[in-house]
Design a protein around this ligand. Structure first.
Ligand SMILES: C[S@@+](CC[C@H](N)C(=O)[O-])C[C@H]1O[C@@H](n2cnc3c(N)ncnc32)[C@H](O)[C@@H]1O
Length: 318
């Protein structure tokens, strides 16, 4: 199959913070183009292993081609959702109860291979079926959202997940349009958005007028925020003491989920401040390594525009 090149974002920082050593074990929750996986796999030879997960069959097949070329035998690929990380480890590791996992990485969102895939509806620059699912088993499809959800629900996801200023008029326009036709492809949707937003917004050169709507629909289709919320505690649980989790996110809502989870788990007590003594008994499970989210370097942003919105957070298990 054709091999897609995905330039991994913040690869040097990922390797610096995870600091993979001979014979250690890792989990890459978002295999994508296998950039992180291959780099880590080489550093943990001869006995270290890496389990790499992706929800997207295309990513899995693409990564298999890349890995075959590298002739690396210490990578186990699992097709699945990282929200099931504990179960995936259970099913894909020899003696999972003894698995010593030294690091886990999440590089959220979509890869350039997915964006360029003409059979999918991730890009507003291609005309493709309205399908933004990473995997096949999503509860709802993008087409279903657009053609069946109520106006208020569509407006809400555009506002919440896309921070779209014109959420209300775009949702209204979608409802009007679907009275006459079924909205089945990305070009139809782009035309509808174009009609719903003012000319100044439509002609904005910095950000395409459909960007925020497409982002919101992708997040809703894949229930991305809930997957992340479920995966983080499971990942912390799996990790060995002293092991690290690195998360790279590209959206403020994702970063907020990561930040809140890490902050909460870094505290010894979660009781309300007015309680004189601790009743919850909660013990800090991690140490925060990056006090603030780390952006990509200016040099990287110049070379790879995708890294522009990247935010990295790192913790270490106590
Ligand atoms: C930004 S890419 C990862 C790129 C990768 N770090 C590399 O070095 O090439 C994100 C990947 O995560 C996958 N993905 C997104 N959400 C997922 C989930 N909940 N479970 C598993 N994989 C997911 C996407 O299918 C995509 O291939």
């Amino acid at each position: 199959m054709k091999e897609y090149k995905h330039i991994p974002v913040m690869l040097n920082e990922v390797i610096d913070f995870l600091s993979p050593k001979k014979n250690q074990n890792f989990i890459d929750c978002t295999l994508g183009g296998a950039g992180y996986t291959v780099a880590i796999a080489k550093l943990i030879l001869p006995k270290g292993k890496i389990l790499s997960i992706d929800l997207d069959k295309l990513a899995v097949r693409n990564a298999e081609t890349v890995i075959k070329k590298e002739n690396l035998k210490n990578i186990k690929i699992a097709h699945g959702n990282f929200k099931d990380i504990a179960k995936i480890l259970q099913n894909n590791w020899e003696n999972p109860q003894d698995a010593k996992i030294n690091g886990i990485v999440f590089d959220l969102g979509l890869s350039s291979a997915q964006l360029k895939d003409e059979r999918r509806g991730f890009s507003f620059q291609l005309d493709a079926p309205l399908d933004m699912a990473f995997g096949a088993q999503q509860e709802c499809s993008t087409e279903q959202i657009i053609n069946n959800w109520r106006e208020k629900e569509i407006e809400k996801i555009l506002k919440d997940y896309g921070e779209e200023r014109f959420a209300k008029s775009i949702a209204r326009r979608i409802i009007d349009a679907r009275k006459d036709i079924e909205i089945k492809n990305t070009k139809q949707l782009v035309d509808i958005i174009a009609e719903a937003v003012p000319g100044k917004y439509r002609n904005n050169r910095k950000i395409h007028f459909a960007t925020r709507t497409f982002q919101a629909l992708r997040i809703a289709t894949n229930d991305e925020l809930n997957s992340l919320k479920k995966a983080l505690p499971e990942a912390l649980n799996i990790l060995t003491k002293g092991g690290r989790i690195v998360v790279i996110s590209y959206h403020s809502l994702e970063d907020r989920i990561v930040k809140h989870f890490f902050k909460k788990e870094a505290k010894d007590c979660l009781c309300p401040p007015e309680l004189p003594v601790c009743r919850c008994g909660h013990k800090a499970g991690l140490k925060i390594i990056t006090k603030k989210a780390l952006p990509a370097s200016a040099e990287e942003v110049k070379k790879n525009p995708r890294s522009r919105s990247a935010k990295m957070r790192v913790i270490e298990k106590k």
